[in-house]
Design a protein around this ligand. Sequence first.
Ligand SMILES: *Cc1c(COP(=O)(O)O)cnc(C)c1O
Length: 399
Amino acid sequence: MKDLINLDKQYYMNTFGDRFPVCFTEGNGSTLISTDGKKYIDFGAGIAVNALGYNHPAMVKTISEQAAKLIHCSSLYYIGAQAKLAEILVKNSFADKAFFCNSGTEAIEGAIKLARKYFKTKDASKYHIITTTNSFHGRTIGALSATGQNKYQEPFSPLLSGFSHVPYNDLAAMQSAITNETCAIIVEPIQGEGGVIPATLDYLQGLRQLCDQHQLLLIFDEVQTGIARTGKLFAYEHYNVAPDMMALAKGLGGGIPIGALVATDEVASAFSPGSHGTTFGGNPLCCATALTVLSTIFDDHLLDQVTANGAYLMNKLNNIKENYPFIKEVRGTGLMIGMPLSDRFAVIDIVKQMLELGFLILPAGNNTLRFTPPLIITQAEIDKMINALTSVFDTLAKY
Ligand SMILES: *Cc1c(COP(=O)(O)O)cnc(C)c1O
């Protein structure tokens, strides 16, 4: 491990700082195994990516068979799995058309471009996009301009012009930020990196009304909340509100990098040949894998399982909360749960102690523990994690 740490420090850009001192070499189900053979139960899932956990037989089969046939070919040619994946996303959402890319930030870039292009011929003065503070939309310059967190933006200013940020879950603030130049609103139905903060029902429904009233496009960033994470295929389904566009990535490929931008026909038709494109996006390997992720979600009834086990985890965490006053709240939906702690204890220390005990959990904004396990996590695994967390909290409570 020491050699690897030194190698990394010498040759890899210092963008991740001191990483957790562990290297995983294989996984199975929701369990990861490190170089020294130690097992870890994963409640982070590669940041809500490994939807089907590790070494899932259906994924292994698809990836190895597809790799043996054709990994990549350009989208200059027709790609069977790409068209089928677009069909499945469309048939199971508000959208009529899909476009595939490689990451969440790229899906957001596509959304920004499509929103601007949509208004270009209608009213070229409308190009301004409103997003929310504490949001996270990605790290490329366009998506970073949308991201409402100073710590990510400040080192790279000046950013792309035409963005403003207003407090989340504050409809009045959104309303007063709308001008004649506004073309779109981008929000996460549940802020993920910001600390697992769900939008209220009134907020998302109110945003839809505002967008209709002012002829703006409503864009949901479901990069983290999408693909069954919350117990519905997409989080917006909990709210009875459909956007005009939606960005997807993280769980979509179950670990294979793929992102998607989906939109209504009306909006999508603003892209004409040459407007947008990609080299890797939507290649046969990525699309075949995403198809398998989605068919497994449907065939194995994972939406119901996520709902049941999400409620189970939520309930257990709420029970813990009763005993420790430094737990402020337990919030979230399905298997996307946040537990903000009072400033008395740093979440990162708890994450490290849980790692020692063989459990991966994630920190998120504002001193929050974040639980986003693989969608296949079991109640027995949840029980084990809860026991470990209780023991960590017990030690803390003494101080
Ligand atoms: C992770 C994330 C992104 C960025 O995705 P990348 O694949 O890291 O570029 C964008 N939006 C949300 C809501 C995310 O959680």
